[in-house]
Design a protein around this ligand. Structure first.
Ligand SMILES: [Zn+2]
Ligand SMILES: [Zn+2]
Length: 155
């Protein structure tokens, strides 16, 4: 999938954005939180918690698993990352302030995930929720398949 030309820009903007939001909310963007976010952003693929733990333990962090899980919860709560339920993994969010209406397309060939947002889908879901008199909290839509560049490569 790789829609970015320079992934360092993705990483930098994600970290800068997170830092900015933390400053605005007056919450601490600790070294561990930053490192976990950076690990998750190493590519556009989802990463499992134990792979994050693995990479952390290879660094100079004395962080125990519960601390890392707390950092993950923090990143989730603040919208800096999303959980991909079908893969039981985490992915960085490129626009943490506007993630109410996002869904994910997951390429099962290159494993890359793209976050998309579409008002029409959100509105359709809201209408259905109203019809069912259900108050939703999270909307998670995960669509798996093959991205265009993987399809092209197969030819
Ligand atoms: Zn990128
Ligand atoms: Zn692909």
């Amino acid at each position: 999938m790789s829609n970015c030309s320079d992934h360092n820009l993705c990483i930098n903007s994600a970290l800068t954005e997170a830092e900015k939001i933390c400053n605005q909310k007056n919450i601490r963007f600790t070294d561990l939180r930053r490192t976990v976010l950076k690990i998750i952003w190493q590519n556009h693929k989802a990463i499992k918690a134990y792979d994050i733990l693995d990479q952390i333990s290879g660094m100079n962090f004395s962080a125990k698993p519960p601390t890392v899980y707390r950092a993950l919860d923090f990143l989730l709560e603040n919208g800096f990352i999303h959980k991909i339920n079908s893969l039981n993994s985490y992915i960085g969010c490129p626009h943490p302030l506007q993630n109410e209406q996002c869904y994910f397309i997951i390429c099962s060939s290159c494993d890359e995930i793209e976050e998309c947002s579409d008002e029409n889908i959100t509105n359709a879901i809201k209408t259905v929720m109203e019809k069912n008199k259900f108050t939703h909290k999270n909307i998670a839509i995960e669509i798996d398949g093959t991205c265009n560049s993987c399809l092209e490569n197969r030819k």
